[in-house]
Design a protein around this ligand. Structure first.
Ligand code: THU
Length: 141
């Protein structure tokens, strides 16, 4: 895998997080996705009165990237914060099961998921280890 600037990706996720729309959970999530073309796409969680309608930050970032014609990706950074109570919610925001499945559509096993608390404090996991044996119609994961 090509080297890339993890801090720049984390910074982008932290910056966009303030735009999250999360009046129901109070859990604000920002995501920044690096495409193979070198561009960074960002997204936030967008909640809804009808709870299941809401979407996660990672999927928002992917939707923006796919809409711009991107199809190949290197890494995503996810960062979450519970505004009213910083002690709640995981320090390192992990992708939910639906997002893991979503990412397997476009990313291979080596795709990196950075769960960041800050630019200096983060965990890196590969998609292959978070989503073993993913379901796919085309090819194998
Ligand atoms: N959420 C994300 O945006 N990304 C994740 O990886 C985990 C969960 C959002 C969904 C919902 O708006 C809020 O966090 C609480 O579950």
């Amino acid at each position: 895998m090509a080297e890339y600037d993890k801090q720049a990706l984390i910074r982008a996720a932290l910056e966009v997080r303030s735009n999250a729309y999360a009046p129901y959970s109070g859990f604000y999530v920002g995501a920044a996705l690096l495409s193979e073309s070198g561009r960074i796409y960002t997204g936030v969680n967008v909640e809804n009165s009808s709870f299941p309608v809401g979407t996660c930050a990672e999927r928002s970032a992917f939707a923006a990237a796919i809409s711009s014609g991107e199809r190949k990706f290197v890494a995503v950074c996810i960062t979450g914060e519970k505004k009213d109570n910083p002690m709640l919610g995981a320090k390192y925001c992990m992708p939910c099961g639906m997002c893991r499945q979503f990412m397997t559509e476009f990313c291979d096993k080596d795709f990196e998921i950075i769960s960041a608390a800050s630019e200096e404090d983060y965990q890196v996991n590969k998609l292959g280890s978070l989503m073993p044996g993913a379901f796919m119609l085309f090819g194998a994961f």
